[in-house]
Design a protein around this ligand. Structure first.
Ligand code: OGA
Ligand code: MN
Length: 300
């Protein structure tokens, strides 16, 4: 069985067909998928109606999974290896738009990359579409390698080596959410992340997110302005792919080389996607202050 790749965007994103993710994959087929993931950063697998167990099995091929304990404060619908990207409560009913869990989830509509606020950041996320509203609710992806390459030389030089502080509290404050059920500054303290990552033998990439608050060693407002400017630059139309969901789609993205955001939809319609997230235990350089015990946390 050989997989087939079809470009979905001029710069990144490949559609993958010719594989059945509901059954175990041979090492050869998975190696071809992983090579495509490394190259294209976002993979779209249409027509893969996965059960939770099948999603877990495929996700674990990429590496160890994050778990997502409940820091946002309400009962959860899914086991803690999943992040619930839905507007449902723990019993499967549509949440009131004003429900604090919905308020929390609104943060997903800001450009971000998953788990940049954890010292052990995420390698990739796998998002499986279970129920999709008729209008809206797309997910957009931005290519941080192409954006980096398009920066003027003096900008590249200026930002090389800069470190930003990331925290979930920062990105959630932006949407007005302040309802964490534990002392978030203790359980998920801010972490330093480089703004530019260089990979031996690979393409360099910006590493940005709504979780990035300011630049270490710079006045807060100056750093914040730089981060906002870079995010705006990196999310220009030419760097962005918009995914219109069909039930049964699985999308896998590289959190180290892309950003993403959800688009608005009618909150009275059901939108249900299940996400698994793989820890980045393989980046060749030493991530700032990474430890083995911080692979958990709220998933976003
Ligand atoms: C995610 C995410 C946005 C969306 O799954 O990590 O941010 O489309 N999703 O809801
Ligand atoms: Mn996300």
């Amino acid at each position: 069985m050989a997989i087939t790749l079809t470009a979905r965007h001029p710069l990144f994103v490949a559609e993958v067909t010719g594989v059945d993710l509901t059954s175990p994959l041979s090492d050869d087929v998975f190696a071809a998928i992983h090579a495509a993931f490394d190259r294209h950063a976002v993979l779209v697998f249409p027509g893969q109606p996965l059960t939770n167990e099948q999603q877990l099995a495929f996700s674990k091929r990429f590496g160890p999974l994050e778990t997502a304990p409940n820091y946002a404060g309400t009962a959860l619908r899914l086991p803690n290896e999943f992040t619930d990207i839905s507007n449902l409560d723990h019993a499967g009913r549509i949440l009131d738009p004003k429900d604090r869990l919905n308020q929390y989830n609104l943060g997903n509509q800001l450009w971000h990359t998953d788990s940049s606020f954890k010292a052990r950041r995420a390698k990739c996320s796998l998002l499986s579409a279970r129920e999709i509203p008729p209008i809206g609710g797309e997910t957009q992806y931005a290519d941080m390698r192409s954006a980096y390459e398009a920066l003027p030389a003096d900008r590249k030089q200026q930002i090389d080596g800069l470190v930003a502080e990331h925290s979930i509290a920062h990105s959630r404050r932006k949407t007005g959410f302040d309802g964490f059920n534990s002392d978030i500054s203790t359980t998920l303290p801010p972490v330093p992340q480089r703004i530019v990552d260089h990979y031996p033998g690979g393409r360099s990439s910006l590493y940005l997110a709504s979780h990035a608050s300011h630049v270490l060693g710079w006045p807060v407002e100056k750093g914040r302005a730089l981060l906002e400017e870079l995010i705006e630059f990196a999310t220009q139309d030419q760097f962005v792919y918009t995914h219109h969901w069909t039930v049964g789609d699985l999308v896998v993205w590289d959190n180290r080389r892309t950003m993403h955001r959800g688009r608005p939809y009618d909150p009275t319609q059901r939108r249900v996607l299940h996400r698994t997230t793989v820890s980045d235990v393989e980046t060749a350089y030493e991530p700032a202050k990474a430890t083995e015990d911080d692979r958990s946390g709220v998933g976003n």
